[in-house]
Every structure is written in structure tokens, then in C-alpha cells.
Design a binder for this molecule. Structure first.
Ligand SMILES: Nc1ncnc2c1ncn2[C@@H]1O[C@H](COP(=O)(O)OP(=O)(O)O)[C@@H](O)[C@H]1O
Ligand SMILES: N[C@@H](CCOP(=O)(O)O)C(=O)O
Length: 303
């Protein structure tokens, strides 16, 4: 049996919820973290480079390492001692699924080094259990835009059509908002009216994404389950929203738990929308990076 001593995994950022799809849909974006694991005899070493490298834990509390260990626990083996090199491209705690990249990266790398004892489906189930919701880890692992729903025995995953004319624009502010903090402000119960609102708008969104039909997209990008409670955590939200729509976007939503804001637009308006969102946030006193990011179709890959 051959022995693998090193593995490098590249995992995309993800934008979850897309407005009405709270905790069930997300899309992978062409922005990546890269994780290299090398077996070594000298104990855990974690080296981090790239965007905001100084913020990542370099001891056993590191989420990437915890996911690595989790897979070995699952297969009832002792994890090997490793050196981990992290190249960060996905900003932390911004609503672009950085924690999902770490969970998926650690699990995929461990599975590879352990000579693939788990199927992709089993790795996905472990990732969902670690993250607590499926909407980031599923597209981070599989790529594309994905819907996840529970079944009697586990999860059903749907590959959703994302029409090629629909361009995602992300506006990433220079402040963090942890997902756990942004989940704490949510109510545990919602009204029937709000549940109906989201069910109908999610269905409309799926048809809008598949067809790029303008009026469906314009109406669909709305939510009553999480955004109304989170907007107050994102200064300038209303200004950026108004600016994005005035510049031609179909609509704007919170990316994941925020604070990144996501607009959907067509290719002709994309540049104008980028400029309008950046200017609106600047006028509200917030520095941001705004760019269009295409959908990643590959998900996590072993390089
Ligand atoms: N590459 C990474 N390696 C280790 N831990 C990471 C990495 N990326 C993110 N994390 C952990 O995940 C946290 C951010 O998770 P979270 O609040 O869910 O925000 P996000 O929206 O970026 O997923 C970070 O503070 C860090 O603890
Ligand atoms: N459905 C979750 C998504 C969190 O995404 P993240 O990128 O902020 O981790 C939520 O809205 O809480």
C-alpha cells in the first residue's frame, strides 16, 4: 500500500443564504484558501500567510486542525503529527465562509492522508455536523450553487442552475462579524406570515437564478428570517442597498451572516454596481473591498 506524506487542498469561499435561503442554500465563489499538510515527526506546526494571517490560531485550537483530527477520530485512528501551511485568500468572519473552508480543508486533507476511508458524502456529513448548518460547507466541498435539505436518512443535495448572465458582486467591509454573534440576534420562532414569505421567495429565487428573469430576481432577493434582525449589526446597510439597486443591481442581500453584502446584477451593470456600493460605504465612513466574483464550479480540490 502506498503512503502519502503530503497533501494540498484548495477550498473556495462561499456566499450562503442568498436572501430567502437561510441555512439551506449557498454558492461557491472564485476566491480561495489553500492548505498544505505534511506529515512530520516534530509535533504540530502551523504557518499562516496571506490576508489577515496574524488572526489565525497556530495551536491545537485552530479550526482546520480540529477538522483534521475530527476525521481521524471518526475512523478511529490516531492522527499523524503534521506541519500545516495555510495560504489565506478568504477574509475571516466576513460572511464568506472562511470557517467552512477550514472545516472542509481539514477533513479532505485528513481523508486523503488516511488513504480515502470515507466517501465524499461521508466527508460532507461530517462537515455539516461540524459547521452546524449545510449552506457553506456543501458548496465549499462540491462547488456551484447548492440546496441542502434533510431527508429521513440524512441530506438531499441539489445542484442549482446559476444562469451565466447573473454576476455576484461582493462588498467586503474592513470589520468582522462572527457568525455565532450574528446568529444570537435571531428569534427562535417566526410567524406563519414570515415562513410563507420566505418559502415563496426562495422558490422564486430558484427560478430567477435558473432563468435570469429580471422581475423574478428583483422580487426574490428578500428575506424575513434573518436579515431584518442582522441589518442593525451592519452600519451603512441601507445606503449600500439603495446605491446597489439604483446602479442597476437586481437586489442586495447579506452574504452569509454578514457583514459582507452581496448584490446580484447582469454583466453590463456590474462595474457600475461595484463603484456604487464602494462609494456608498465610503460615505458611511467604512472602508471596503468591492468586486465581482464568478461562481466556482469545482469546490474543494486536491492540488
Ligand atoms: N483558514 C482558517 N484556519 C483556521 N481557522 C479559521 C480559518 N478560517 C476561519 N477560521 C476560523 O473561523 C472563524 C470565522 O468563522 P465565522 O465567524 O463563521 O465567519 P465566516 O463567515 O468567515 O465563516 C475565525 O475567527 C477562525 O477562528
Ligand atoms: N446560514 C448561516 C450562514 C453563515 O455563513 P458565514 O459565511 O457567515 O459563516 C447564517 O446565516 O448564520
Amino acid at each position: 500500500m502506498s503512503v502519502i506524506s503530503t497533501v494540498t487542498v484548495k477550498v473556495p469561499a462561499t456566499t450562503a443564504n442568498l436572501g430567502p435561503g437561510f441555512d439551506c442554500i449557498g454558492a461557491a465563489l472564485k476566491l480561495y484558501n489553500e492548505f498544505k499538510f505534511t506529515k512530520n515527526e516534530g509535533g504540530l506546526i502551523i504557518q499562516v500567510s496571506g490576508t489577515e494571517a496574524e488572526k489565525v490560531q497556530t495551536d491545537e485550537s485552530n479550526l482546520l486542525y480540529q477538522a483534521f483530527v475530527r476525521l481521524y477520530e471518526h475512523i478511529k485512528q490516531t492522527p499523524p503529527s503534521v506541519k500545516i501551511e495555510i495560504k489565506l485568500g478568504v477574509p475571516l468572519a466576513r460572511g464568506l465562509g472562511s470557517s467552512a473552508t477550514a472545516i472542509v480543508g481539514g477533513l479532505v486533507a485528513a481523508n486523503e492522508l488516511a488513504l480515502s476511508p470515507l466517501s465524499e458524502l461521508q466527508v460532507m456529513e461530517l462537515a455539516i455536523a461540524m459547521e452546524g448548518h449545510p449552506d457553506n460547507v456543501v458548496p465549499a466541498l462540491l462547488g456551484g450553487c447548492r440546496l441542502a435539505a434533510t431527508s429521513r436518512t440524512g441530506w438531499e443535495i441539489c445542484d442549482l442552475t446559476w444562469h451565466r448572465d447573473i454576476v455576484p458582486v461582493v462588498a467586503i467591509p474592513d470589520f468582522e462579524l462572527s457568525t455565532s454573534e450574528a446568529r444570537r440576534v435571531l428569534p427562535t420562532e417566526v410567524s406563519r406570515a414570515d415562513a410563507i414569505f420566505n418559502a415563496s421567495h426562495l422558490a422564486l429565487l430558484l427560478r430567477g437564478l435558473a432563468t435570469s428573469r429580471e422581475e423574478w430576481l428583483r422580487a426574490a432577493l428578500q428575506d424575513k428570517l434573518h436579515q431584518p434582525y442582522r441589518q442593525a449589526l451592519i452600519p451603512g446597510y441601507d445606503d449600500v442597498n439603495v446605491a446597489a439597486v439604483a446602479a442597476g443591481a437586481y437586489g442586495m442581500v447579506i452574504s452569509g451572516a454578514g457583514p459582507t453584502l452581496l448584490a446580484l446584477t447582469d454583466a453590463a451593470q456590474a462595474k457600475t454596481v461595484v463603484t456604487a456600493m464602494a462609494e456608498a460605504w465610503q460615505q458611511a465612513g467604512i472602508t471596503s473591498i468591492v468586486r465581482s466574483l464568478p461562481i466556482d464550479m469545482q469546490g474543494a480540490v486536491i492540488l
